[in-house]
Design a protein around this ligand. Structure first.
Ligand SMILES: [Ca+2]
Ligand SMILES: [Ca+2]
Ligand SMILES: [Ca+2]
Length: 218
């Protein structure tokens, strides 16, 4: 093989690697948390909800449960007691430009005892990287859109939940602009934060669930 051909092959290999990297960046996902750090310090809690990072049951060597396998070593356990169906929640700040993603995905571990998780996401509409809320009106978001979806806690085991952004419902009309626009245009903080609220099937009672592999994807 002549020298020129070797140089060309090397160049082609480098260019191919570069293409693969840029394609990977374009077609990957935005990980919010998979709890493999063993920590949950970036999540705040409200309404009496208790959280613990727990070790996942080790999957059998011949297990066909690819979702359970993808949950790795740790997941976050949520546990609470409800009053009037509300059992508290958790949330974390994100500030991501989510405009190129199309759906929200997470794995939910259920015990078969029922309950729901209400997913709440906020996009910044007054371009200030902050969520304005009114504590006297049940923490109503006053300047930014709040989008929600409810998913059942199934089980036993992990269930993968995938929610297209188009299925999210606006909960606070006339506060923000009413458009799903979680981008960084004009200094907007984009997707400001995500919250998960636990709901029970009966007015009072205990509810628990595990969550893992929380991400934005295409
Ligand atoms: Ca995990
Ligand atoms: Ca704002
Ligand atoms: Ca908006």
């Amino acid at each position: 093989m002549g020298k020129n051909k070797r140089v060309f092959l090397l160049w082609a290999a480098c260019f191919g690697a570069l293409l693969a990297v840029s394609a990977g960046a374009e077609f990957s996902f935005y990980l919010i948390d998979n709890f493999e750090s063993g920590q949950a310090g970036k999540w705040y809690r409200f309404g009496g909800l208790e959280t613990t990072v727990e070790r996942n049951p080790s999957s059998e060597a011949d297990s066909q449960d690819t979702i359970a396998e993808s949950c790795g070593d740790f997941a976050l356990k949520l546990k609470s007691r409800a009053a009037h169906w509300f059992a508290g929640g958790i949330g974390t700040d994100i500030y991501a430009d989510a405009s190129s993603f199309s759906r929200f995905q997470m794995d939910i571990f259920g015990s078969g005892a029922g309950g729901k998780i209400k997913i709440e996401v906020f996009d910044d509409d007054n371009d200030n990287y902050s969520l304005e809320q009114d504590p006297s009106k049940n923490w109503l978001a006053t300047k930014d859109d709040k989008w929600v979806a409810e998913v059942p806690i199934l089980g036993k085991g992990f269930t993968r939940v995938s929610i297209p952004f188009s299925a999210l419902k606006l909960e606070n009309p006339v506060s923000g602009d009413g458009l799903w626009n979680p981008d960084h245009k004009n200094g907007s903080g984009g997707l400001l934060k995500v919250q998960f609220v636990l709901l029970t099937d009966r007015e009072t009672g205990e509810v628990e669930a595990g969550i893992d592999n929380i991400l934005l994807t295409y």
